[in-house]
Structures are given as structure tokens and as C-alpha cells.
Design a protein around this ligand. Sequence first.
Ligand code: ZN
Ligand code: ZN
Ligand code: ZN
Length: 375
Amino acid sequence: MSSRTPQGPAPEASVLKARLERAREAAAGTGLLIAPGSDLRYLIGQAGGSFERLTALVIPADGPVALVVPKLEAPGFTGSPLEELGVDVVTWVDGDDAYGVAADRLRGAERVAVSDFTPALHVLALRDALPKVEQVLAGPIVRELRMRKDAAELDALRKAGAAIDRVHARVGEWLRPGRTEAEVGADIAAAIVEEGHVLADFVIVGSGPNGASPHHAVSDRVIEAGDVVVVDIGGPVAEGYNSDSTRTYAVGAPRDADVAATYAVLQQAQQAAVDAVRPGVSAESIDAAAREVITAAGFGDLFIHRTGHGIGLDVHEEPYIVSGNGLPLEPGMAFSIEPGIYQPGRWGARIEDIVVVTADGVESMNNRPHHLVVL
Ligand code: ZN
Ligand code: ZN
Ligand code: ZN
């Protein structure tokens, strides 16, 4: 999520306070330095912005939490209940040694965990300010908190899922022969906002051969009758939580004779993976559930990415649904299930839902039909 994303109200101060305490506990003696972005929004309710001037939340192993922030950026944090959270706001002005200010708050620490997307500019300057302190990534610490969503976070994901479902329900209004992917994409982007997101974060309209490129965006290719079209779209709602859903459409009867049979395999694979979700099973077993169906049908080489990714304040976050990830699933974990089959040079298809692990199974945030939608 970009720092320019418009923000809705922050969570209750009591919720944020508990998160800050849990972050400190999870850090287990390591200092934490959190730069602007989704980790900061998770902890204090505001994402801030990363610039050449240092802004960082400093959480020492003990002692008060501090927000080190350039004086000119401080007004950007008025939406955060910093006072109620007991966070010291430490402003600095050009000419001050901001890294020295942050370092002072971390003195005595043997290790400092730095949030994953902290600019190298700041990481290396902090290393100079704390030459004897080991730097590690904060991702493994913060993900322990962010991976399990609470009730309010799940409500925001449901709201985002319902909003993107409403956009998919309208794709037939725009996807027609003679229009370019870019034209269709612009209409979809407008609808993403109309239906309740604060912005359209990404719009993929992959028609014909472009559908075989999973991260294609849009192009000037003119859509033709008979095209299969992958539409993968999403964005954040005011609470900051994201939608991400893919459906595959056909503009009239598909040109390629193998579409129906191949698509049936994909639909079966996606359903098998959704049906496999419950507490206690591993993330990689969900990937395997989809992959086994596709491989058994002879398309294993055409499924060229992991089955899914976690989602929340970021579109891609932990847990990743990928071979090698033995993480046991727990209630509250939210992630995509999005197998695809890509026929190079001809067409591609993907089906993507966001699902949440419940106490005894799975809940889908997306509820549009899964079949190939022939327009
Ligand atoms: Zn992706
Ligand atoms: Zn997607
Ligand atoms: Zn996705």
C-alpha cells in the first residue's frame, strides 16, 4: 500500500495499545524500528510516508515507544491516538542527526529488527549510528501479529471482498470486442472506487495471449470475439484492508477448442484447495491440493506460480501458500487461492478467491460463481 493511500479512521486506541505490547513481547529483547508503511499502520493506525528524511517508530526492549518524525511530517500523524498509546513524539528538523535520535532510544540493545520495507538509505545510516548493534528483519516478528486477523480486520476483508464481487458482477458492461484492454481496465478501475474501495490498486485485463502472462496489467490490444480474458482486480477499503479477486471471462464462444476441458480442470483444482483449508493443515498442503489436480491432468508445467498469498493491509503478505511453507494454518489467517493454467501465446485462465481459516474450516470473502463467464 502506498503512503499516499487515503486513510479511514484508525482502530480503537485499546486495540493499537495491545498490538504495540504484543510486538514488544514478540521481539523478545530485540529493539524494533518500524518505518512508514503497513507495519506502522498496523501498530499506530497511520502508515505515514517514506521519504529521504527519517520517520520511524522505535520500540525498545523496555522503556517508552517513540515516533521519531521530521517536524514538517508530524501533522500527518494527527489521526493516530499517539498520546493515548503513550508514544513519545520526538520531532527533528533539518540539520539534526535523526539517526542519532533514533539510536539513543535503542542504546543497550544487542539487536535491532528493522521493518522489511525500510529504505536502505535509513538502514545503512542507522548501522553507522549503532555500529555494534546487529540488524535483522522485523518481518518474522511482525508477521506473528499480522497473520491472524481479529474480528474487525475480518469485517474489513469481508467488506472488500463484497465490493470487488460487485465489480466482477458488472464486467459484462465493459468487456466487448473492439475495445482495448486499457479502455476496459479504466472502466473497471472507476467501478472499483464506485463500489466502495478508496482506490483501484491494480487492474489486470489479460486478453487472448496476454492472459498467459499472470502479471500482465493492461495493454492497447483490441479485444476480439473468441478471446478468453483474465480479469484480476483489487484495492483497499477505508480501513486499509485489500480485495484481490480473479475471474476468467470468454468474449463469446472461445476460439480455442481446448478451453472448456482445461478450464474444468482449473475449477476443480481451485475448489480442491478451498476445500482443504482448515486449522492445523500446512500452507503447503493447500498449494499441493490445487497442484495435484492440475498436474494429474497434464498441465503441471503450465501452473507457473504459487497457489496464493496472505492478504490484509498489504495485498501480498504472510502466509504464502507455497511448497516448502510448513506453517500450520490457524483461525483468522487470510489468503488467496488462485491457481492458473497458462497456454503460452494463446490464452490463460485463473480463478482467485480470498479465504479465511475459521474455527473448523474456511470462509470465502469472494462469492461470485467460478465457472468461465461467457459474455
Ligand atoms: Zn499476483
Ligand atoms: Zn489477484
Ligand atoms: Zn492474488
